[in-house]
Design a protein. Structure first.
Length: 271
C-alpha cells in the first residue's frame, strides 16, 4: 500500500525477491548514512536473506537496508563480514512492531487493562452501533470516513498524514485483490471507525490501518475489540505494527501491553 510513497522497484536475484527504492532519500526520507544517493532496501524475501544482504554490501557501496529483523542483524553482527565490510547497525525504535496475544485484546481482563476496558464500555453503553465485516460494498463508506478523519486532523498540513491517506486509498482500491480483512463500525448510519489487515502467517494477523472518528468516545477501543471477537477467532497473535515515533500512538500501543516487540534496525556502510 506504500508502493507509491517509496516508488518501489523489484528484482529476483539468487532465488530472492529484492524490493528497493532508487530515490526515496533524495525526495522524502533522511538516510542513516548521510548519503542521499543510497539505494533503500527492505530485507530480502527468500531462504537466506542474511547471505543476500552481505553479498549486496560486497557488490555495492551506497545502500541501506531498513526494517531488518533482529534475527538477521544478530547473525550479521557476529559474522566476520561485519567488520571487514565496515558495517553499522542502527536500532530503529520507531519501526519496531508491537505483537500482542489476541486473547488479551479480546478479553481485556485484569487491572492492567482497566483504562482500555473503561473506554470500550463507554462506547458500547453510549451508542446504538452496528458492527460490519468490511467488504467491497462498504469500501466507499470507509473512504468517506477517512476523508472526514483527515479533514479533522488537517492532513493537508502534515506530510506524513497526507502520504498515509494516499496509501490507504490505494489499499482500499485493491482491497479484495490484496486479500485484506477488515471491519466497519457505524452509529446511526454514520461511520465511526474502521480497520483492516491480513494474515502474516498461520498464527499471526497484522493490522495495517485502524481509524476512528474523534466524535465517538471509545471508538478506537471498540473497533479493535469487536474485530478480534468477530473475526480471526483462532488467531493467537496480533501484530499492530509500529508507532513511527508518534508520542500519542506509542502511548496507545503500549497501553495494550504487548507480548513482545519485533525489533528492527538499519544496516549501512560506515563513512
Amino acid at each position: 500500500m506504500w508502493r507509491n510513497f517509496y516508488g518501489f522497484n523489484f528484482i529476483e536475484w539468487r532465488e530472492h525477491l529484492l524490493l528497493f527504492s532508487r530515490d526515496i532519500f533524495e525526495k522524502k526520507k533522511e538516510p542513516a548514512s548521510g548519503k542521499k544517493n543510497s539505494l533503500y532496501f527492505f530485507p530480502p524475501v527468500g531462504p537466506n536473506p542474511t547471505e543476500i544482504i552481505i553479498s549486496l554490501f560486497k557488490e555495492l557501496r551506497d545502500l541501506e537496508f531498513h526494517r531488518v529483523p533482529e534475527t538477521i542483524t544478530n547473525t550479521i553482527q557476529n559474522s566476520a563480514d561485519y567488520q571487514s565490510l565496515n558495517l553499522q547497525i542502527l536500532e530503529d525504535r520507531d519501526n519496531w512492531d508491537y505483537v500482542y496475544e489476541t486473547e488479551n485484546l479480546r478479553s481485556l481482563a485484569g487491572n492492567r487493562y482497566r483504562q482500555n476496558r473503561r473506554w470500550l464500555n463507554k462506547f458500547l453503553e453510549t451508542y446504538d452501533y452496528e458492527f460490519k465485516i468490511l467488504t467491497e460494498k462498504e469500501v466507499n463508506r470507509v473512504k468517506e470516513l477517512q476523508l472526514e478523519w483527515c479533514i479533522l486532523r488537517e492532513c493537508e498540513d502534515d506530510e506524513g498524514l497526507k502520504e498515509e491517506e494516499l496509501a490507504i486509498y490505494d489499499a482500499l482500491d485493491n482491497y479484495s485483490t490484496l486479500g485484506f480483512h477488515g471491519a466497519l463500525l457505524c452509529v446511526d448510519e454514520k461511520c465511526a471507525a474502521y480497520t483492516f489487515g491480513e494474515m502474516l502467517n498461520k498464527d499471526t494477523m497484522v493490522i495495517h490501518v485502524e481509524k476512528a472518528h474523534m466524535e465517538y468516545e471509545g471508538a478506537y477501543q471498540a473497533i479493535n475489540n469487536l474485530f478480534l471477537k468477530n473475526h480471526f477467532k483462532d488467531v493467537l497473535y496480533v501484530n499492530r505494527e509500529q508507532d513511527l515515533g508518534v508520542p500519542g500512538l506509542r502511548r496507545a500501543k503500549e497501553s495494550y501491553k504487548p507480548l513482545r516487540m519485533e525489533k528492527k534496525s538499519i544496516i549501512y556502510h560506515k563513512t
